[in-house]
Write a protein that binds this ligand. Structure first.
Ligand code: AMP
Ligand code: FE
Ligand code: FE
Ligand code: ZN
Length: 284
């Protein structure tokens, strides 16, 4: 079993990368991918811990893309965190965009009458990439929400009064950057696109023309039926399937690395098939 989607304290997870490696072994995984948002900072310590406890670490990250509606996240795998590749260059600018957004979210929340400061959010986030779950956690602690989910529903989700846009990659650019960096890319939790039927099929077809490598069909939060629809979609478009928990530690209660909500079991074979799609070196 493997898990190709989780977050550490380097972005919006609450477990250190070292803890994730330990949890992976405890869950009986042969491999796990660390996929922090817009950052590879946690990779080095995840790799050391993974080597020590005997589990394979897949180097990854999760990108947000610009779409007309819904949410599009792209998982990128097999990066070289020690390389100076085009994607990692771009991540620096994306993190700067996050920093600018953080200022504006705090302004919004204060205008809404909530008691919160940027320092509190930065302290919650620690080093690495700051995200809305860190705001959510501070809002909970200060009595402005009863749970992370409640904080999103009331203030932080798209369409709610504390929501602020940030710079995102165009889907095509994100896919190109991944490939130019020797990596493969997979559409994360495809249902967050809020498309179904022919509209979803047409969008996947477009991404597939741009070079998308796979879709995350075995996503912990999805029902068996939803996962099956995504498996069909992948087969129709000659895409790999992957799976993961999207584990965030205590920011997503009830969710475990590897087993998700209890019914996740992603086979090792998915990783082999995905790895076979790695771009071959274009050096003449
Ligand atoms: P950001 O990258 O700062 O825009 O934050 C996005 C992250 O917030 C996602 O990866 C999830 O971890 C989390 N998130 C987004 N929407 C929700 C929601 N409705 N409830 C709980 N967590 C959410
Ligand atoms: Fe997240
Ligand atoms: Fe995501
Ligand atoms: Zn994620």
């Amino acid at each position: 079993m493997i898990d190709l989607h989780c977050h550490s304290t380097s972005s919006d997870g609450t477990d250190d990368p070292v803890v994730l490696a330990r949890l992976a072994v405890e869950a009986g995984l042969s491999a796990f991918a660390l996929t922090d948002h817009d950052i590879l900072e946690g990779i080095q310590s995840a790799r050391e811990a993974a080597n020590e406890v005997g589990v394979r670490l897949v180097v990854g990250c999760e990108l947000s893309c610009e779409v007309a509606q819904g949410t599009m996240h792209l998982l990128v795998y097999f990066l070289d965190d020690r390389a100076n590749d085009p994607l990692q260059e771009r991540l620096v600018a994306l993190r700067e965009g996050r920093a600018q957004r953080n200022d504006r979210i705090v302004e919004r929340l204060i205008d809404l009458g909530l008691d919160i400061t940027l320092d509190e959010v930065l302290a919650e986030a620690g080093s690495g990439s700051v995200g809305r779950p860190h705001f959510a956690s501070v809002l909970c602690r200060k009595g402005h929400a009863t749970s992370i989910k409640d904080a999103f529903d009331r203030w932080l989700a798209k369409g709610r009064p504390g929501y602020v846009e940030r710079e995102r990659l165009e889907p095509r650019d994100a896919i190109d950057l991944a490939h130019a960096s020797g990596a493969v890319c997979v559409l994360a939790h495809p249902n967050s696109l809020e498309l179904t039927g022919d509209a979803l099929d047409a969008f996947i077809s477009e991404l597939s023309r741009y070079g998308l490598d796979g879709i995350e069909a075995e996503y912990a939060r999805y029902s068996r039926k939803e996962r099956d629809v995504l498996h069909d979609l992948a087969a129709r478009h000659d895409l790999c399937v992957t799976g993961g928990s999207d584990y965030h530690g205590t920011y997503k209660p009830g969710l475990s690395l590897g087993t998700g909500y209890g019914d996740l079991a992603v086979p090792d074979e998915y990783l082999d098939l995905l790895e076979a799609r790695r771009p071959t070196s274009t050096t003449p």
